[in-house]
Design a protein around this ligand. Structure first.
Ligand SMILES: [Zn+2]
Length: 268
């Protein structure tokens, strides 16, 4: 019974979510361009695309002063609301001089919060350790004697740090966030139009329907995890080469596999 319900959920959701492949939200400043370079345009510190030539005929390149940099964006100077100390580096969450918690600065992105380069691939950067450091600095027990104003700042900063940790700690959420930083918003309502993906969806649907027991469902879940990792790597390659169209395709796939995984998890 629940399998039928699950299939119905998946089916309806798929039709609703995956409309024709449009890259909605792409800024008008995207353009296609011929390029003779053997390597993709990239930051000096980032890796090349495995030596492969980027196909700039099909790639979309974002022309913006806010380009995808591997270095934290220098934040504008900010003054401490309490001691007037002038901070010149980001993130300015806690004043270096008086230790007062500062109000949320939206120009500080999630990568800045953890002192990370703006790079989709963050493995080995000890995100959890950095998150725990912030938890200690913003812990309610440490600000309970402070003014209401600072307590509010600490609560807002804490919520933002938690959101940043959850976003960067999840391969799909991180991919969507990276695209957002590039000015590309993924359309939550888009539905599937790629024949290859549609065929695969039908096969997965059938496999879920025919799953005899929890073990079989767990196996499908494991397959979804493999697919998520595969498309996460594709996303990383695409974003490194600044092929934002390909990056969007990877995210679309990841969203589908993550959803199947989540639905099965709920039923197990
Ligand atoms: Zn201060």
């Amino acid at each position: 019974m629940w399998r039928r319900k699950l299939l119905s959920l998946l089916s309806n959701d798929l039709l609703r979510r995956f409309r024709p492949a449009s890259i909605s939200g792409l800024p008008l400043r995207f353009y296609s361009k011929l390029h003779s370079s053997p390597l993709c345009i990239r930051d000096e510190t980032s890796r090349p695309c495995g030596g492969a030539r980027c196909d700039f005929l099909e790639s979309l390149q974002f022309i913006s002063s806010r380009s995808y940099s591997s270095h934290p964006v220098e934040n504008s100077a900010t003054r401490c609301w309490n001691c007037d100390y002038l901070a010149r580096s980001s993130p300015f969450l806690v004043c270096e001089t008086c230790r007062s918690v500062q109000p949320v600065d939206d120009s500080v992105d999630y990568f800045n919060i953890f002192g990370l380069e703006k790079n989709y691939e963050i493995d080995g950067n000890n995100l959890e350790g950095k998150y725990k450091d912030w938890q200690k600095k913003l812990h309610p027990d440490l600000v309970h004697t402070k003014s209401e104003r600072e307590k509010d700042y600490a609560a807002e900063q804490s919520a933002r740090v938690i959101d940043a940790y959850r976003t960067l700690g999840d391969m799909l959420a991180r991919a969507i966030y990276v695209l957002k930083l590039e000015g590309v918003n993924i359309d939550e309502e888009e539905t599937v139009s790629e024949p290859e993906l549609l065929t695969e969806i039908l096969e997965i649907r059938e496999a879920v329907e025919e799953a005899a027991d929890a073990q079989a469902l767990k196996q499908i879940q494991s397959q979804m995890e493999d697919k998520l990792r595969h498309w996460s790597k594709s996303f990383a390659d695409a974003i490194r080469c600044r092929k934002l169209g390909d990056a969007v395709i990877s995210v679309r796939r990841m969203k589908y596999y993550a959803r199947v995984k989540e639905e099965i998890f709920k039923r197990l």
